[in-house]
Design a protein around this ligand. Structure first.
Ligand code: UD1
Ligand code: UDP
Length: 372
């Protein structure tokens, strides 16, 4: 049996790694362990609860208002202890978070192989998204095997000199998840979502949490949302607010008094996916939501200046709108007022695979871990 350690720490890592954990568990050639760094706490618990899985290790590193330096060094230290006990054959990390990067480095120090899930995404801007772009570049250097969602992600890795035989194009494991979460007659768990009259309102789902937006960018975004509700009486904006205190301070200060803006705590994954399915459009700086919403046929306005996910932009369902108030208002109005523009964007596009990404990763590992 080959010993595989799957590591995650944030909400998106968990959503995208647990399907892989469940798949690998089906193979009797693998002894699979699950480790959470605990970079997130409540937002991670929600995901674990939905999938009904328990971790083998929880490093509990989260601190309120944590700094990147503390977070990264704590994870490296604590992962070392776990890896020394487990002596895994391979450690699988995800994406671009501090958890992914610090874990890959800790595994390298123990001379343990690293597999990188969601590899090859690039914005080509060192400081945006910050620090995620550099995290994923550094993980690519540390990793032995690279699981890239799309052809373009594969090409980015090849361009950096990574050998073809160590890359697999698998699709994104998030597509494995949405096919099970979205239901036509879904009942929301969150009461505030149950109360919305979806027949007579156009719902705009907003999320914004990225470090580079915190400050003036997030204030601009909130100003734009207030302007939109002043201009359209049939609009309800739903904003599930990330638990980062820096995000909450700005968002609640700017939006709390507006009765057409529904501020909710982070939603369970099922609620979130079904809200995407029911809404009129999405405005977000999230990475994962840029993958999910196109698959559900919803226009996405990206509240950032760049994206590492150009596939849906090329397909026309995602548009970059930045974080200036005037432009955000302009782009939302275009989709509200112009049915042709809306129809152009509201088409189901899924560049992220056939929902079997976890299976392809498992098969690749089976082959690689047996021969080497
Ligand atoms: C992290 C990732 C980012 C990802 C995001 C997903 C890094 C560097 N960034 O950013 O790529 O998009 O997660 O949401 O890895 N907090 C809680 N409870 C929680 C989660 C967070 O209270 O369950 C608060 C804490 O005060 C914490 C702060 O949020 O210190 C920031 O969390 P952190 O993981 O450092 O950054 P994110 O912005 O969440
Ligand atoms: N998500 C969720 N509840 C929320 C907001 C997001 O379950 O209130 C899910 C969303 O469906 C997606 C993932 O969290 O799968 C994206 O996480 P986030 O935006 O925090 O991180 P990013 O993808 O930007 O790194």
């Amino acid at each position: 049996m080959k010993k595989i350690m799957i590591v995650f720490g944030t909400r998106p890592d968990a959503i995208k790694m647990i399907p892989l954990y469940l798949e690998l568990k089906k193979y009797n050639q693998f002894d699979v362990k699950l480790c959470s760094t605990g970079q997130h706490k409540e937002m991670l618990e929600q995901v674990l609860e939905m999938f009904q899985v328990q971790v083998d290790y929880d490093l509990q590193v989260m601190q309120p208002n944590q700094t990147l330096e503390n977070l990264t060094s704590n994870i490296i230290q604590k992962m070392r202890d776990v890896l020394q006990i487990e002596k895994s054959d391979i450690v699988l990390v995800h994406g671009d978070t501090a958890t992914g990067f610090a874990t890959a480095l800790a595994a390298f120090y123990q001379k343990i192989k690293v597999g990188h899930v969601e590899a090859g995404l690039r914005s080509f801007d060192k400081y945006s998204p910050f620090p995620e772009e550099m995290n994923r570049v550094l993980i690519s250097d540390l990793a032995d095997y690279h699981f890239a969602p799309t052809k373009q992600n594969v090409q980015n890795l090849l361009n950096e000199g990574i050998r073809k035989e160590n890359i697999a194009q698998t699709g994104n494991t998030v597509i494995d998840v949405i096919q099970y979460t979205v239901k036509e007659n879904y009942q929301f768990e969150e009461e505030k979502l149950q109360q919305i009259d979806y027949e007579n309102h156009r719902v705009i789902l907003v999320t914004a949490h990225r470090r580079e937006n915190i400050g003036i960018g997030l204030e601009n975004i909130c100003d734009a949302l207030n302007q939109i509700t002043q201009q359209y009486s049939d609009v309800k904006i739903v904003y599930p607010v990330h638990l980062n205190p820096k995000v909450r301070e700005i968002v609640f200060k700017k939006l709390e008094g507006n009765s057409n803006i529904i501020l909710v705590n982070p939603l369970g994954v099922k609620d979130l996916h079904n809200l995407v399915n029911k809404c009129y459009l999405v405005a977000t700086d999230s990475g994962g939501i840029q993958e999910e919403a196109p698959a559900l046929g919803k226009p996405v306005l990206v509240l950032r200046k760049e994206t590492e996910r150009p596939e849906a932009i090329e397909a026309g369902t995602v548009k970059l709108v930045g974080n200036e108030t005037e432009n955000i208002v302009k782009e939302i109005k275009l989709l509200m007022d112009n049915p042709a523009e809306y129809e152009k964007m509201a088409k189901a596009v899924n560049p992220y695979g056939d929902g079997k990404a976890s299976h392809y990763i498992a098969e690749f590992l089976l082959k690689k871990l047996e021969i080497e």
